[in-house]
Design a protein around this ligand. Structure first.
Ligand code: ATP
Length: 254
């Protein structure tokens, strides 16, 4: 396996808040890496730094060997990054299919040669339907987003990110707010997408699912990397257990 993403010495301070301090890690091509840590550890800040939504004071970030830390977000997306957000914000009056078709259209506009071929709404909708199938919500394709349960919205968010045809998909708490059964189903869907070849970095608080699906873990606490390695090994580390207030880490590793 080769390295798809290399993150080196990322430091992001918001005034006196040290959100990230000298954090480095790598993501291998094809890997399913989980980024974990207690609330406020710096996980979302890290994903934002990777896509360029924020500018760290210090960072070297390479995608497939190419330095991207100076590039604007749209260039990073063009090179193969996609990020789903913790809070889902689709266009609520539009159908699920049109929401995804819009994302397909955005991608096509950015790629000059396909854009020159003209935008074809039917093609975009057909591609959108396939993407909705990939995340198992195609039966709702022609329904409006408004009124859909969170489980459907979370899957829609993944489909919209897939529409960008990323090489690396960054997921910010895709399972949050779902019950155990819904969370396990969505985690299975993400595993399937990973097995089809997409490299994934997922922030997740659901440690049971993290242990079940993650190939490797990176643990942040107070803006610093405190551990990384195979899920079972990492969850046994005393500093990782100590970082979690409450008993969720112990439960998951038992
Ligand atoms: N724009 C900002 N301005 C000021 N402080 C910020 C900003 N964004 C994040 N922070 C702070 O940086 C720290 C890390 O936040 P971050 O959201 O990255 O943590 P997290 O690990 O994703 O937490 P959670 O699991 O609760 O989502 C927190 O103390 C947070 O309050």
């Amino acid at each position: 396996m080769s390295e798809l993403l290399t993150v080196q010495d990322v430091t992001m301070h918001f005034g006196g808040v040290h959100a990230l301090t000298d954090v480095s890690f790598e993501v291998q091509d094809g890997e399913f890496l989980c980024l974990i840590g207690p609330n406020g550890a710096g996980k979302t800040t890290m994903l934002k730094a990777i896509v360029g939504a924020i500018r760290p004071q210090k960072a070297r970030i390479q995608l497939d060997g190419r330095e991207i830390s100076g590039l604007p977000t749209h260039r990073r997306i063009h090179l193969g990054l996609a990020l789903t957000h913790q809070i889902v914000r689709p266009f609520r009056s539009m159908t699920l299919k049109d929401n995804v078709a819009l994302a397909v259209g955005h991608r096509r506009i950015r790629r000059v040669w396909t854009a020159l071929g003209g935008l074809d709404r039917n093609k975009e909708r057909a591609e959108a339907l396939k993407l909705l199938e990939m995340v198992d919500i195609h039966t709702y394709a022609d329904q409006a987003v408004a009124g859909q349960p969170l489980g459907v919205l979370k899957r829609l968010e993944v489909a919209r990110a897939l529409a960008l045809q990323p090489r690396l998909l960054l997921l910010d708490e895709p399972l949050a707010g779902l019950n155990h059964v819904e969370a396990a189903h969505l985690a299975d869907t993400i595993v399937r997408i990973n097995r089809e070849g997409l490299t994934i970095v997922m922030i997740e608080h659901n440690l049971g699912e993290v242990l079940r699906v993650g190939h490797r873990l990176v643990v942040l606490d107070n803006g610093r990397k405190i551990a990384e390695g195979l899920p079972r090994d990492v969850m046994q580390m005393s500093n990782v257990r100590a970082a979690y207030v409450g008993k969720e880490a112990n439960d998951a590793a038992a």
